[in-house]
Design a binder for this molecule. Structure first.
Ligand SMILES: Cc1cc2nc3c(=O)[nH]c(=O)nc-3n(C[C@H](O)[C@H](O)[C@H](O)COP(=O)(O)OP(=O)(O)OC[C@H]3O[C@@H](n4cnc5c(N)ncnc54)[C@H](O)[C@@H]3O)c2cc1C
Ligand code: FES
Length: 265
């Protein structure tokens, strides 16, 4: 884990509330693995708010890309930060996704800004000589579909669904996933997005016993390094008297096996 302060290279609006930020982070960027995240200190708000966590969206050499949606005070302030301003970043944090296997089909699922973590996964796989995975992107509306061209550029086949039918297949991402699993029931899946989506993906994966499913949770975090227990989630633990335990989303995750989470806990 590193703590670095480095000037922002670019910070541009992708569309609507979505922004893409690049920053040269040297050894921090080189140590990053798909599924990990960084904690960003928002300039001018150091005394007011905690660091904010963002998935690592991509790494090219020592340059890290983050993609973020403005939802509140921290991300709104981040969107106003000009290139050249120094950003204090802690990372890489958490446990990322397992390596994509060579011997089975891989499906990456991104819901909303959850596709940020998936781009690094796809890029990593292709850069390490693996076939470009199938990518499924789901969102409420066309305006919330991100990075489609970046995935296609890597050679990925991309399936899209929107809840309101404004782009791609109308409906939920799990409809696309069900078709993929019927064709390839031993698929290895990695998913990042809102919790209800991850729960639906994990439940669907359980119907295909030869499949494997990892999910990356975006729980609200405080310290981000395992010290405060502010981000715990309930997990199944058959070796405990009560049959469950709490795990820290930041330090034990954010990536978990879909089957280990108590989704109703
Ligand atoms: C591991 C991890 C990876 C993440 N990756 C990304 C990413 O790649 N891109 C991105 O845009 N966002 C990502 N997030 C969510 C991001 O951290 C929050 O949107 C951000 O902290 C909100 O800060 P704020 O000050 O703008 O909002 P606040 O003013 O703190 O809150 C505004 C609203 O956002 C909600 N919110 C705050 N934190 C979260 C959270 N963690 N998840 C969901 N809702 C939240 C609040 O409940 C509130 O409704 C990630 C979160 C985690 C834990
Ligand atoms: S945010 Fe502090 S333990 Fe996870």
């Amino acid at each position: 884990m590193f703590q670095l302060s480095s000037p922002i290279l670019s910070n541009e609006c992708l569309h609507g509330a979505y922004h893409r930020l690049t920053i040269d982070l040297g050894e921090l960027a080189q140590a990053a693995r798909p599924g990990q995240f960084v904690q960003v200190q928002i300039p001018q708000l150091e005394g007011h708010i905690l660091r904010r966590p963002f998935s690592i969206c991509d790494v090219d050499g020592t340059v890290m890309t983050l993609v973020y949606k403005t939802v509140g005070v921290g991300t709104a302030a981040l969107a106003d930060v000009r290139p050249g301003t120094a950003l204090d970043i802690l990372g890489p944090l958490g446990h990322g996704f397992a390596e994509l296997p060579d011997d089975r089909p891989c499906v990456l699922l991104g819901g909303g800004y959850g596709c940020a973590a998936m781009l690094f996964c796809a890029h990593w796989a292709v850069a390490h000589g693996k076939p470009a995975p199938l990518v499924l992107l789901g969102a409420r509306s066309q305006a919330d579909i991100l990075l489609e061209e970046d995935f296609r550029h890597l050679g990925c086949q991309v399936g899209i669904s929107t809840d309101d039918g404004s782009y791609g297949m109308p409906g939920r991402i799990t409809v696309l996933l069900q078709s993929a699993l019927k064709r390839q029931p031993n698929a290895w899946m990695a998913a990042c997005g809102p919790k209800p989506m991850l729960k639906a993906v994990a439940n669907l994966a359980e119907q295909f016993p030869d499949s494997a499913c990892q999910v990356s949770l975006d729980e609200i975090m405080c310290c981000g390094v395992g010290a405060c227990f502010g981000c715990v989630i309930k997990c199944k633990a058959l070796d405990t008297p009560q049959g469950w335990c709490y795990k820290r989303s930041c330090a034990d995750g954010p990536v978990f096996n879909g089957s280990e989470i108590d989704w109703d806990g």
